[in-house]
Design a protein around this ligand. Sequence first.
Ligand code: CAA
Length: 717
Amino acid sequence: MVDYSVHEQVAVFEVNNPPVNAFSHKVRVGLDRSIDKAIRDTNVKAIVICGKGRTFPAGADIREFDQPHKEPWLTGVFEKLEKTTKPVVAAIHGTCLGGGLECALFCHYRIAQKTARVGFPEVQIGILPGAAGTQRLPRLTGLRVAMDMITSGRHILAPEALKYGIIDEMFTGDVINAGIKFAKSVMNKPLEDRCLKNKTVKDADQADQIADEFMSLVKRKYKGFEAPIDCVKAVKASATLPYREGLKAEAMYMQKLVLSGQSAAQRYAFFSERAVSRWKIPGGNFQTAKPLPIKSTAVIGAGTMGTGIAVCLLNAGYQVYLLEQNQKFLENGVKTIRGIIEGSVRLGKTPMAVAQKAATLLKPTMKYEDLADVDLVIEAVYENLSLKREIFSKLDKLCKPTTLLCSNTSSLDINRIGTATKRGDKVAGMHFFAPAYYMRLLENIYSTETSPATVATIMDVGRKIGKVSVLVKSCQGFLANRMRGPLSVEAYFLLEEGSTPQEVDSVLENLGMPMGPLKTGDLSGLDIGYKIQTELAKSKGVELTADSKFLMGERISTLTRTMYDKGRLGRKTGKGWYRYEKPGGKLATPDEEVMELIKDHCMKAGIQRRNISTQEILERLVYSCINEGFKILEEGVAATPEDIDISWIYGFSWPKYLGGPMYYANKIGLDKIYQRICYYHENFPYSSHWIPSRLLQKLSENKVPMNQWCSGTDSKL
Ligand code: CAA
């Protein structure tokens, strides 16, 4: 686990624990023994620590967090390193993160390859750098930089690390050679001044002010998360307490966080994010199928979705033909794309060089013929099956035989789009979430015809454009929108039965969602729901009226129709479920007029209103979705609960500290959830979303633990 060798009086410890050289128990033992050996060897005058293969250690082994504590612990081993009378040099390449960076901070010197990244990402798994990171980093960089790095978890590149004094020197070329060369240059130099524990924090006199500043920042930016708050407190302790006392404070916060439910959920989310890339469909999987090379792409439709998708592709270096039907739409699309990229450069999120390259890669066109040689087409026109089939049939005829044809549809069956072509194996869905350049979820959809090579390719493109891709089997609404469906419906029923918009929204906002369903409705526009409902009724030959309560035997609410008739279309008209300061405004305030409309609607429809408890609101909004989630699993639409949880985290901003709705269901107890679903099914027999999932029934009756019905994230579930 630690390869030991001696070159020209320098002992080299190469941590060898692929893939990321995490400090597992075996590595800690290996490192401890290597230190003893180097101390004993009188021929050794200096020590270099580095990582074998792709990286310096990327932290503690997160999988060991749920196992019993095993000595030696990291801090003990690192302290032994610092105490040696031989200079220790951390020679960094790849990613030096968490416990890896802490190891480096116990070394007397740190050097790094120019492309190396360092950081403390612990906050993202709900903990803090608990092997003295919160006490040592501020002693190098000052409080402000340390607070920023530790509360955000961001990685910084070697040049920035050099600026802050985190590393002493940058190098190019081989890590071991650079380490030995540097170690030889510092042999026999005094070490007292190189031990960080002996240093003070340079801006300690501003500790209160800096800590207050960061405290209000993290409370606003990471609402609901516990770890950033404890990170601020622990880092502040580096300035207000002596080193040893600071370590005790750090240990206390660490202990509290490791044991907290939030950290377990965030660790589950960490492994789930990686698990969703291990896809499998009939005939192939992520290991057997190879992605096809993609260089040039095309996006059809320059509306909100099309332009957002084009931005993602351009930023990743793909050539993009943007196709629109008329010149004006095309020009507007190009303007939108430029605006998004320029805005991102201004915010420092996109490097100028990337933006300049993107400008050369964009090829606006109105001619389908220009798409003949592209490798991948993503169609993003409005949701109309016949229109999409027409486009796919045309593309099939003119594109080269290897071109993959994908649709950004949010709900239409990919099988039915694929049959418009003679290349069903190369047809798939790539469902982006608005705004496409910002939201990280990409729902990739396969039909019965889609080949493993096509799936491998779209999963690979998803990764390259920075998305978290979840693979889903085609069905009405796919995974995310189908599962969220009951939430909107129940929100309307709750309004009819007695709740106010604020009561409904605040339940989900208090759970940690950024916005409740009614505010979300105001944002997207209430005319959308109204039109979908009217179209659906029409397709079934039914004419809905303001007091219709059923459609094809299913309970419905026509409240959006009432809102539509009054011109309350949401933010864009300045009023929807809330009132806004102006059309297009963002500040939602409760509106008595809405309550009058709702009450009037209920009176006409003969609906009795009552007081509804917060718990009932929560159960009806969330448990209904969980029930649908189990049906999605039962039908194989999603392969694992991790696919579902990741879709909610990155598609609907479900709080990571609750691990996703399926993880949350498991925490509450499947038997309890199942009982409540049965209760609502009895009370609302005309809402099919309350018909209990058979899979949920089976799992709850047999008390099956989650690690037996998930793909095995290894985290404590
Ligand atoms: N412990 C255990 N497994 C880890 C791990 C860790 N710290 N970091 C990564 N892995 C695993 C991943 O789960 C993945 O496993 P599978 O192949 O089985 O899915 C594999 O290593 C490769 O990881 P990625 O797919 O993420 O590879 P990447 O190249 O895209 O990214 C990385 C590499 C930037 C290091 C990324 O893995 C990462 O951010 N890891 C987490 C780093 C981290 O959080 N470190 C802090 C740990 S806690 C700590 O150190 C506490 C402390 O203070 C002592």
